[in-house]
Ligand binder design. Structure first.
Ligand code: GLA
Length: 731
């Protein structure tokens, strides 16, 4: 039983295989958080809370003369607002009389089988209701009667608990929702570190670890996308947690818009942790009877360090968030023309690149930016999704046919959410662009953003998809989004509703994406936002792979892919071999290393293959064979980080097949010194009692020995050089 409820219906204990989570609705209806951590029984743990009279922490009416009972000190599941909890709130409301108070009390709870879905937003799904159960807790706002539902999705085997919430206005007049987070939780008696994944364009998801203190650690995005700058995921862990040891709590938000995440110790050293939609420019007008839903937070716990936590996220996101044909189907090796040609191409050049690629075993030609409208550079044309016949003579169907004749699939780039001022679309519909009347908008890449809150805008885009994808044989679409959103304003949602635009924008994007995947279920969709600016669990619901970064430098990719691997399945990481010197960093790295790094992802090439030497072409053929050979490991296996990010000498990682039959280890030497030291690599995840032979030295040992003793590389690698080897299970 994943969810246990005490006979009086007030003590709720959630059990997964390796974790427990407990809440109690106390006698006043306050929903207390009692426990989240290693698996334990279901007995009432409320004795863990020892109250005292804390000065300046006032008492609600129900406390009477008991000065020890305070919303300001109790560990809770919902953080009230304006009624005596002076920590960060999770629900902030403005009522019709202008007062700002939110005080929710428990009403009831129920358990339903299967996973919950969230209207218009991504959420983990459980098609045949086999894996999950849901606990729904109903709470009522003391004065206004507004109803809050807290949802806890329980995935027992997967060690995952999801949370979201909805708010219903029970009155007649509108309530303004000023803040409505998906998850708030107060953890008692904990000293924790917070790990976040920060960065910038072309350098995303750099791991950062900091102790949680009384000074608030808050991060998020107000860019309208989840962003390159902070990823909507965090880990709270023991101060000494490592890859293999220690308690770790993951929080991963399935949301692609502006978000907030926060952890802070309170005056009693409890840690309040929160996640959800960023309240920046957020104000939702909730009319009588209407319900507002928060996006989903996916929680997971491991008491064996980060590796196990990552496996749990990889498995649940791959299996229960990614959808469609390519969830498990082999992804084609692609060639993308972007870094090969940028805007300077015509159909002849593309055909030649495709011909060369086809000869080497590449399976799909992706035509990137520049095939439509007036688009010879990035100053114009966005929105005009009509083929530019000056560049692609004969149109897309003909080009696609030529490519298919070579035995290859064909893919196309779109940036649906954008509009250039120099475009026919803008000239026809200037009000479709997000700008504030009377202000000159900020430009980024000289483009504006389409008002995705509008159904007519979405209909236009859908009609363009229909026309292009309906009439051309296209097997892949790259859905890009290349700027942050500001100057927010919509001609539809204005005035009282202007605070809804950021969230409605992303709801609009989700609506269009949903229509797209329903209409074109055979197409492999790759998400992108200037590389990994919208690399989040929400996008994985629509696109099983996401272009990880515009930075294709293999050495930088080591760090970017390392950070990405904590939450996101390796199969979701778009990774390409590009030309050297690298266009982003100017660095040259051997072709073999570039391919070894890209192998830890959904693999492709992004360079003019015609410029390669015969020897390099032979290498490419070999690399493609290897990608196919190792596919079950890289896309379906368990991934282990074998080095820490601060290892300046080398980076190593490993894939172990789910059936433990074989493993692949990859090592990249980062730096080299005189009088070099041998490189010793840890090995993980092999079956203790089975024998494995290592391809590097032919030595046969038990999995247990390999796991404990590791391996020392027999040769010294130079800076930038890589090596990979396997372990095969033998009798
Ligand atoms: C973004 C993408 C790139 C490429 C360009 C095209 O930067 O991340 O891969 O598609 O746009 O303009």
């Amino acid at each position: 039983m994943a969810i246990q409820i005490s006979p009086n219906g007030r003590l709720m204990t959630i059990q997964t295989n390796d974790s427990s989570y407990q809440m109690l609705a106390d006698k006043n209806g306050v929903l207390l958080h009692l426990y989240y951590g290693s698996s334990i029984g279901a007995e009432d743990l409320s004795d863990l809370i020892v109250r005292s009279d804390v000065g300046f922490s006032g008492n609600p009416e129900e406390a009477g003369l008991d000065r020890t009972y305070s919303l300001d000190t109790l560990p809770q599941e919902v953080a009230s607002s304006g009624v005596g909890d002076f920590r960060d709130d999770s629900v902030r409301l403005t009522h019709p009389d202008g007062s700002c108070a939110a005080d929710f009390r428990f009403e009831s709870c129920e358990v339903v089988s299967g996973a919950y879905s969230i209207p218009g937003m991504p959420a983990l799904y459980d098609t045949d209701k086999k894996n999950s159960e849901t606990l729904i807790i109903k709470m009522k706002e003391k004065a206004s009667g507004a109803i809050l539902h807290l949802y806890y999705g329980v995935w027992e085997e997967e060690n995952v608990i999801t949370r979201t919430a909805s708010l219903t206005n029970a009155g007649k007049e509108p309530i303004y929702v000023e803040k409505f987070l998906s998850c708030s939780m107060d953890m008692m008696d904990r000293d924790l570190d917070l790990i976040s994944f920060t960065g910038r364009h072309a350098m995303e998801r750099t791991m950062e670890r900091t102790p949680v203190t009384h000074i608030k650690t808050e991060f998020g995005s107000i860019r309208g996308t989840s962003s390159h700058h902070y990823n909507p995921a965090m880990i709270l862990c023991d101060r000494h947690a490592t890859e293999d040891a220690g308690d770790c709590f993951g929080l991963c938000l399935a949301y692609s818009g502006s978000f907030t995440a926060m952890a802070q110790k309170d005056q009693r050293d409890q840690i309040r942790v929160q996640m959800g939609i960023n309240p920046y420019q957020f104000r939702w007008c909730l009319t009588g009877g209407e319900t507002f839903f928060a996006p989903q937070v996916i929680l997971s716990f491991s008491n064996q360090g980060f590796s196990k936590l990552s496996h749990q996220y990889h498995d649940i996101l791959h299996e229960h968030m990614c959808r469609g044909r390519y969830k498990h189907e082999r992804r084609p090796v692609l060639i993308n023309n972007w870094e090969a040609t940028y805007f300077d191409f015509n159909e002849e050049k593309i055909e030649k690149i495709a011909a060369q690629a086809g000869e080497l075993g590449i399976e799909m030609m992706v035509l990137d930016d520049g095939w439509f409208g007036k688009r010879d550079d990035d100053n114009s044309g966005l929105g005009d999704w009509f083929v530019n016949e000056k560049k692609i003579r004969g149109g897309l169907p003909k080009l696609s046919e030529k490519i298919h004749e070579k035995g290859m699939k064909f893919g196309l780039w779109f940036e649906p959410e954008m509009i250039s001022e120099d475009s026919d679309l803008y000239r026809a519909h200037p009000d479709w662009a997000i700008t504030i009347p009377g202000r000159v908008p900020n430009h980024a890449r000289n483009q504006l953003v389409l008002d995705m809150t509008r159904s007519d805008v979405r209909d236009y885009l859908m009609a363009r998809f229909e026309e292009i994808l309906g009439n051309t044989k296209i097997e892949y679409v790259k859905w890009d989004m290349n700027r942050s959103i500001c100057d927010m304003y919509s001609h539809i949602y204005k005035g009282e509703q202007s605070g809804e635009c950021y969230h409605r924008y992303i709801l609009g994007v989700y609506d269009l994406l949903e229509r797209f995947v329903q209409r074109f279920p055979e197409i492999l969709l790759e998400g992108c936002s200037g590389g990994g600016g919208r690399f989040d669990a929400g996008m994985l619901y629509y696109s099983p792979q996401i272009w990880c970064s515009d930075n294709t430098d293999a050495m930088n990719r080591l760090d970017i892919q390392y950070g990405t691997s904590f939450f996101y399945p390796i199969s979701s990481v778009g990774a390409h071999v590009s030309a050297c010197p690298n266009h982003q960093t100017g660095r040259s790295v051997p072709l073999s290393t570039r391919a070894d790094v890209a192998l830890a992802g959904s693999f492709g090439y992004e360079l003019d293959l015609r410029l390669l030497s015969d020897e390099e072409k032979a290498q490419v053929k070999e690399q493609i064979k290897e990608f196919h050979d190792y596919y079950d490991l890289t896309h379906e296996g368990d991934y282990y980080r074998l080095t820490e990010r601060d290892n300046t000498s080398f980076t190593a990682w490993e894939f172990v097949a789910k059936n433990k039959e074989r493993a692949l280890v990859e090592v990249v030497k980062k730096d080299a010194w005189g009088n070099p030291l041998p490189v010793h690599v840890a090995i993980k995840g092999l079956e203790d009692n089975s024998m494995y032979v290592c391809s590097l030295n032919g030595i046969k040992r038990s999995g247990k020995t390999w796991n404990h003793a590791g391996i020392t590389l027999p040769k010294f690698l130079s800076a930038g050089e890589s090596m990979k080897f396997t372990f095969m299970k033998v009798e």
